[in-house]
Design a protein around this ligand. Sequence first.
Ligand code: G4P
Length: 526
Amino acid sequence: MSLVEEIEKRKTFGIISHPDAGKTTLTEKLLLFGGAIQTAGAVKSNKIKKHATSDFMEIEKQRGISVATSVMAFEYRDKKINILDTPGHKDFAEDTYRTLTAVDSAIVVIDVAKGVEEQTENLVRVCRTRSTPMIVFINKLDREGLDGFDLLDDVETKLGMTACPLSWPIGMGKRFQGVYNIYENKLRLFSAHGKQQQDDTIEITNLEDASLDELLGESAANELREEVETIREVYPQFEKSEYEKGQLNPVFFGSAINNFGVKEMLDCFVEIAPQPLPRETDVRMIEPTENKFTGFVFKIHANMDPKHRDRIAFMRICSGTFKRNTNYLHVRNEKKMKFSNPTMFMASKKNIVDDAFPGDIVGLYDAGNFKIGDALSEGEKIKFKGIPSFSPEQFRYINNADPMKSKQLNKGIDQLMDEGVAQLFTKLDSNRKIIGTVGALQFDVIQYRLENEYGAKCNYESLLMHKACWVRSKTPEALEELKSRRRNNLAIDKDGKLVYLAESAWTLQMAQENHPEVEFFTSSEF
Ligand code: G4P
């Protein structure tokens, strides 16, 4: 197959949702359709349950599971589909944001009873800034929930999407009778744990057809007619190009656990979801069809076994063909590297691959050479954009609790930061180290892993901090002035970039007012 054919075959996407909306269940049903797994229950949930917020042993267990579920690939209708797993837990949001840099589209799962929830809002916001095409799946229609139109309103107002319902539910909960596929004018009647065979569907080209009354009962049939008419009047018609630009969002209704409405969505997804898209670098756009290989690392996973320090770096291939045992340039290190065991994941199976194509995710065994965001190429010096660090939410000083082990501590901190577990800031005035995280959970993870994997002990000191802002100025004098006047608020991040640590929104505002020639950014990419 030619490179272009390989690219056309691929669809790489992520499923995003608030925890418990049904992401794991939906993933599993998709894998079942693709024949990648044979039985339900084969995909272990890698979510960290709500009760585990302070239980980091649970996180360690989950880490093991999440390696296997990081990428799940399957074939469906001659397409190769790569699903990238995204942790739903808020404390791991940064991990999810980074994973979303490696997808070309996303499916957003919403619980019919809960509507749009906080974490969905955050994740969709990230996708929207990148114009990622998104399809919405409203799940759990077998339960009572919000009215369909209210849900569409929610999707539009809270997620800033333009909803385009392509299926519509007939009742819900106990009254749930099925979905009407607006796109294809087909009716599918609900059966719990249905097999979703092709012949389950009833083609209704005209909703006025009297057979609809027989199938659904007169009142439900009339309700459906009215609702579909309203949809056709109020909501835009589906336009693939609008969806591809991230400006129109198809909405489907169903019940993942009952495997209902999933196939409609998958069939539509396969038809409309984009193939691997170009990626932007600091130098130029990289087209997937370019012959020369390029890729970037978006996730690093440490080995669960503390005796083996090796890690798996997950790389998204952006262009050309990646080949096993071939020398590539590690752009940041300016070093040639080759990989003898690049791995791809098919559900829970790992396979060594000889070559991989744009859109594919390859696991590279790494002895500590990679950092998140690192690029590999055939020689070109590029840095991919869109893999920033964001300002952490929580900050603590980290102290060495065992002076005999300072080397181990520093090494451990360095490696955990490369993995993207948290961010490290070193203060300009005192050289003290500050760890910044999205949630409190990571502090426990770091302490536990430093001890278990690096034999180092640390403790924390609380620190009231509002935000870390990356700063820059066109006038060097303005930066020097900031450094001399606000030295105790300044720090260096892991890449040597200057960061302003603001105790409160007010101090940040004051700093901005007092230093008008300095720009403050809450993400490291500007
Ligand atoms: P997540 O990955 O988004 O966190 O959600 P997950 O798939 O684990 O689903 C969360 C809960 O919702 C699970 O129940 C799951 O069985 C249930 N669920 C998923 N889809 C549907 C659906 O279409 N209808 C109904 N009624 N429930 C659904 P749980 O009790 O938390 O877990 P489990 O014991 O069933 O695994």
